[in-house]
Ligand binder design. Structure first.
Ligand SMILES: Cc1ncc(COP(=O)(O)O)c(C=O)c1O
Length: 401
């Protein structure tokens, strides 16, 4: 049994196999404890009050910002903006940076494997400014070749939007290499870290990311807290996304001055409780260490892929090497609709995702409309993998084939 298991209240006293970690992760008690302490000790509106509770709430909120900045190697805490999730972070960039800098004839290079969250905001920005979306294609295993990205990123490209890890294939993109090329052409690099940050060490400066985004809930934090990292010079020059309380320095009838970053982008009462929970999740993750997390996930993924590969009716998508899946194994069972596969597995208390995974253009590119996806995290166990493979081997029989 996995030694981390007992840290997670949701796993106690049931036999549920939770293999939908790419959608959201489970939370250790340490996260609930930190949130309870915030509620019990200093629940007050941060950044406003001059009394002790509010001051302490502000301190914990800003400490959480520092924890996030350290996790992803940001040079300054103020380069971290808290949002609701990855989706909101990308919308913020598209509405603020995109609408204020794009012009007719400019190009936005977006990979075909992007989650809809890293496509639709760019399509909105393109429609409103007359810029054009250029698709960076990938090979069937998720690889983006040098020839491909170099043919799509040109002097006309202003923004390159790329995920670090595909939420369908689990493949990791060579962000640094592509960022260097994009910068050489004068474009900024927007990196979607929703599927990478929970699983591997991230350093935004080493990656060459101008913007980097992720969601707290995919990293054992609560839902409703997300992160936008932006290079300070870019954030300083950008107009606000939302306006209202706390994002201004002064307002008169005829003038207003915005607050400095990050407050300029955090209008209204912030999700301090969520930020505190996210910081606790990050500390929990750091105590385990990414080396152990990656090795454990590699072993579990290997076991899962070996088990599924032995079933002639199962096809696995993506790369052959388990270490290049980031815990994500997308598959189909011959003759069975993925929704039926997921529903049948649910009767065995197994949770997986089925559908287009909010990446429809990629699925169309792969020639399928829907797949099943099992996604692991370090707290899963060998026993769960074996029970899962055994259940998949019965799916066709259970469905009457
Ligand atoms: C790669 C990727 N980007 C963006 C998202 C959107 O995340 P959220 O729903 O937390 O905004 C997801 C969610 O699955 C994802 O996998």
């Amino acid at each position: 049994m996995n030694s981390y298991r007992s840290d997670f209240p949701i796993f106690q006293g049931n036999d549920v196999i939770y293999f939908d970690n790419a959608a959201t992760t489970q939370r250790p008690a340490a996260v609930f404890d930190a949130m309870k302490r915030f509620n019990d000790e200093c629940n007050a509106n941060p950044l406003r009050g001059l009394y002790d509770w509010s001051v302490r709430a502000t301190e914990r909120y800003e400490q959480a910002r520092h924890t996030v900045a350290e996790l992803i190697g940001a040079a300054r805490d103020c380069e971290i903006v808290f949002t609701r999730n990855t989706t909101e972070s990308i919308n913020l960039i598209a509405y603020s940076y995109g609408l204020s800098t794009l012009h007719e004839g400019d190009e936005i290079a977006v990979s075909i494997m992007e989650h809809h969250s890293n496509q639709l905001p760019w399509r909105m920005a393109a429609e409103r400014t007359g810029a054009k979306i250029v698709w960076i294609e990938c090979e069937p295993d998720g690889t983006i070749t040098r020839e491909e990205y170099q043919s799509k990123i040109t002097e006309r490209t202003r923004i390159v939007a790329l995920t670090q890890v595909s939420n369908v294939l689990g493949s990791t993109n060579p962000i640094r290499e592509i960022a260097d090329y994009a910068h050489g052409k004068g474009a900024v690099m927007v990196v979607d870290g929703a599927q990478s940050t929970p699983h591997m060490p991230v350093d935004v400066r080493e990656l060459g990311a101008d913007f980097f985004v992720f969601s707290g809930h995919k990293l054992m934090g609560p839902m409703g807290i997300g992160v936008l990292y932006g290079r300070i010079s870019l954030l300083n020059a950008m107009p606000p996304f939302l306006t209202g309380g706390e994002m201004i320095e002064s307002v008169t009838r005829d003038s207003l001055t915005y607050a400095p970053v990050p407050e300029k982008f955090e209008a209204g009462t912030v999700n301090a409780l969520g930020a505190v929970g996210l910081a606790a999740a990050i500390r929990y993750l750091q105590d385990i260490g990414f080396e152990d997390i990656m090795e454990r996930e590699r072993q579990l993924t290997q076991r899962l892929m070996d088990g599924l590969s032995a079933l002639p009716e199962v096809k696995i998508f993506g790369q052959k090497d388990a270490s290049r899946h980031c815990g994500i194994v997308t598959f189909e069972v011959e003759g069975c609709h993925p929704h039926d596969v997921a529903s049948v597995l649910d009767t065995e208390h197994i949770c997986i995702r089925a559908g287009h995974h909010c990446a429809q253009p990629l699925l169309i590119h792969l020639g399928v409309s829907s797949t099943a996806r099992a996604s692991l995290y370090f707290y899963n166990t060998e026993e769960e993998v074996d029970r899962f493979v055994q259940a998949v081997s019965c799916v066709r029989r259970w469905m009457g084939y």
